[in-house]
Design a protein around this ligand. Sequence first.
Ligand code: ZN
Length: 493
Amino acid sequence: MNIAFAYIRRSSYKQIENHSVEIQKAHIQQYAARNNMTVPDEFIFIEDATSAYTNRASQRKKLMHLKERMIESGIPRVIFHEESRMDRTGYTFILDFYRPLAEHFPDNLSVYSTNLEGPLNPDDPKTKLAFLLYRQESEIKSERAISSLVSYLETDETVRPGAKTPYGYTLIEKKLVPNKDADIVTFIFYLQSWGISMQKIANTLTSAGIPSPQGKAWRSSTIETILKNRLYTGTLIWNVHKGKVAREYEFHNFTEPLVDEFLVHLITVNTTLQKVHGRLDTPFTFLNKLVCSQCNEKLLTQNASTTRNSKKYLYQYYVCKTCSYKLDKTDVHDSLMPNLFRHIENHMSSEELKSHALNYLEQANLTIEKNIEILEERLDKLISRGCIAEEQNDKRLQGLAVTLQNRTADDLKEASYKLDVLQSVSESVQSDLFFNRFKTMLELQLGETEKRLMVLYFIDHVAISPEEGSKMTFSNNILNIFNLDSAGQTTEL
Ligand SMILES: [Zn+2]
């Protein structure tokens, strides 16, 4: 008989019948007996329900204690009561618990779960998907979701439900493997990250003689489909419908990525910048960035053209309506662009730039994590308040608690999205991917949208007037485009 440890989590607030500590213990003992193991009482670790929502595995005291005891005692076996008890936060169980133990017990670590045959293999896609689903609230009663998931995984179309193999991949032995078109996918994301429109990308590919996925000319809708597919960053998006409610699950590192997540975040940033400041695809590179230094009004644009002797003449001006003057667009651009490029060049070659950026990101990270902690505590309180209201049959208070729970959960989702963005921005700064983007582009002949993006990224505003010339104010931190600071707001009770 092999001695094994066991781990049990108390359920939150109410002991759901099937999950009382005694029942969990019994299940574990039966499982142990079936598999020729024995679990002494003092080898069972019981975690109190610390959070009804999420808790990183490393913050679970008993779990960490269990890890230490396994290492001390040299016993590499542990049984959990269902995977749901192991992890509701995605991968932290693997990162904080499983991996360190696997390093210590490289050959014989055996982590069992009462609902799995044989020890857990964290690299098995089934296990990954199981964790993913368990992470979510109990709404999806996992048995059913998991069994449909597993049955789908066991069919031939393992990769994605009801979808054909995405362009750029070939399905080999149930795995998506990048093929010769993979570079085209990367290229499409790259072009879009520089603000190139989908129609232009389509035209570029067609005129380069590259066949579309259908073997014809490229259309912007095909480009859009590719840009929207998160699988290209390695993330599987899974939609589960339950009655009228559709839920979306994200599953990172599902497949070999063709595109850095960072590019996707940049594309989102570009879209937001367009919404705030106007089109990227405009002849007016400084649209909405010029302010009249006499009256402080934003300059408007005027676009007229005439045809004389079958030749087209363009008249494009920046205009102050209040002071009634016009500035020729080309003159303005010719005088401002060199100034901007000089700034980017100086800025990018500064020694401290990278360490400043990393410092800033570290601060932002602390703020967001703190915020997440506050939100999680608040959610916990709201859930327990809701339970109390339900027990006291106070419908009004219960309704209020639910409303606030939903709002807090949304804030939490927003904050963890920011954390994702921050993570990928940090990586891109660390690997120089981020700043090299701007360095290399200075050596290239820039298109209109690329110039426009530079203006939006680097310039706060330009004060200008015919008498006083121009004064450019640069934004004090280029990383502000990722809007990481705004993750500080929380919903107050
Ligand atoms: Zn004016």
